[in-house]
Design a protein around this ligand. Structure first.
Ligand code: HSE
Length: 412
């Protein structure tokens, strides 16, 4: 059986490298007598590449070659990845992809097409880089009703937050380092504004709850508004700020899902997840909590997941792995403002003592926070649990407080 790799960027080149490095053991695990990479598709030239004649620029060579049974898509983005992947599935070729945007936006129809054609569409690398999470959810935890899933799903933002907190590095320098290390997306806005984590929680929520969750339905906030003051207040409260993506079953027909910065307590499993590492917590009715941890981005960790999928495809050439889910209605994901939350609030007031008394009168119990060198006009507190919309409305009704930062507080 022969393989084509579409996209020779960081992940694609890692896939080819890993495949060549561990070729013998990969072949033996694949149960094929032959398994090799025939084509590497990319519009760019790679004069230094050792894979000279394998480099091609014409997608039709892959599509029309009956020897190609598995196509690896590591181009990223929706276009032309969607057209290429659809055409390959239509031609009876299995697909392995690391492209979370493709899976989050088009997974439902691509899986349907794969099932119709009795081929595989596998995407272990699309969430958590090298961490095994798709198979654990769909296979090992299949006996559970999943109640909730949450995680640190973006390596770049976790790397930036870690460098800002522990090394006092500037946001820009930390982002540059993440890019140099090959963690960030082509357009790092998708990392820092939360879109990448949003796509990943959509994929996880879809697998956990059985209906397609589209990125447009999930409220998403990135890390660009996090200030060092918030990091200091989080420390004084006993925790750290992390970008957390979460999805929860609300009832039989609805889920909630959100991506946002959050305070996590220092004893939380998420608090010690630093640098490019990701962690994913799955809460099942039989297993309880189970946490997956590892490198969430980078060339070889992601290649590890892609090549494992290639081996799986090679082992299942005449049987598709029957992953699938149904489409969802537009009201499937409830508005997060109607869900319960605990909020951290930082703001300004001309009379902090008076404002804190007012906040207590309006919001009920609050926990006041302090930090070193706190300006006289600055205040910060944590609210009690309540419906988020109501907390925010009450907060706005306190005229003497000008809120600057509002961050969710988790109990993971
Ligand atoms: N840009 C992504 C991240 C790559 O930083 O997590 C892995 O999906």
């Amino acid at each position: 059986m022969r393989i084509a790799v579409m996209g020779y960027g960081i992940v694609g080149s890692g896939v080819v490298e890993l495949f060549e490095k561990n070729h013998e053991s990969i072949i033996s695990k694949s149960t094929q007598t032959e398994l090799d990479i025939k084509y590497i598709l990319d519009l760019r030239d790679f004069p230094e590449s050792p894979y000279g004649e394998k480099h091609i620029k014409d997608f039709n060579l892959i599509l029309n070659d009956p020897e190609i049974g598995i196509v690896v898509e590591t181009m990223g983005g929706l276009r032309p990845a969607f057209e290429y992947v659809s055409a390959c599935l239509g031609a009876g070729k299995s697909i392995v992809t690391s492209n979370k945007e493709l899976v989050a936006e088009k997974g439902y129809e691509l899986l349907k097409l794969a099932n119709e054609k009795n081929v595989n569409f596998l995407f272990e690398a699309s969430v958590g880089g090298g961490i095994p999470i798709i198979r654990p959810i769909t296979q090992c935890l299949a006996a559970n009703e999943i109640k909730e899933i949450a995680g640190i799903l973006n390596g770049t933002t976790n790397f930036i937050l870690t460098k800002m907190i522990t090394d006092k590095m500037s946001f820009e320098d930390a982002l540059k380092l993440a890019q140099d290390n090959g963690y960030a997306e082509k357009d790092p806005t998708a990392d820092v504004e939360g879109a990448d984590a949003c796509r990943k929680i959509c994929i996880l929520a879809t697998l956990c709850f059985g209906k397609h969750v589209y990125p447009g339905e999930v409220a998403t906030e990135g890390i660009t508004a996090i200030a060092s003051e918030d990091v200091e207040y989080a420390a004084s409260w006993g925790g750290v700020v992390k970008l957390i993506a979460t999805a929860k079953r609300v009832n039989e027909h609805r889920i909630s899902a959100i991506v946002s910065p959050a305070f996590v307590e220092s004893h939380s499993q998420f608090a010690g997840v630093d640098d490019v590492f990701n962690a994913i917590l799955v809460r099942g009715d039989a297993i309880g909590d189970v946490v997956f941890y590892g490198r969430g981005a980078g060339k070889m960790p992601t290649a590890s997941a892609v090549v494992a999928d290639v081996i799986d495809c090679a082992k299942h050439t005449v049987r598709n792995k029957m992953m699938g889910w149904s489409d969802s209605s537009p009201d499937y994901v409830v508005n997060h403002l109607d869900c319960e939350a605990v909020l951290y609030v930082r703001g300004f007031s001309k009379n902090v003592d008076l404002s804190l008394r007012e906040a207590e009168a309006v919001l009920g119990d609050i926990k006041v926070l302090y930090r070193k060198n706190q300006p006289e006009t600055e205040l910060a507190f944590i609210t009690s649990a309540g419906i988020e919309r109501e907390i925010r409305e009450k907060l706005l009704s306190i005229d003497s407080i000008v809120p600057v930062s509002i961050i969710r507080v988790t109990d993971y």
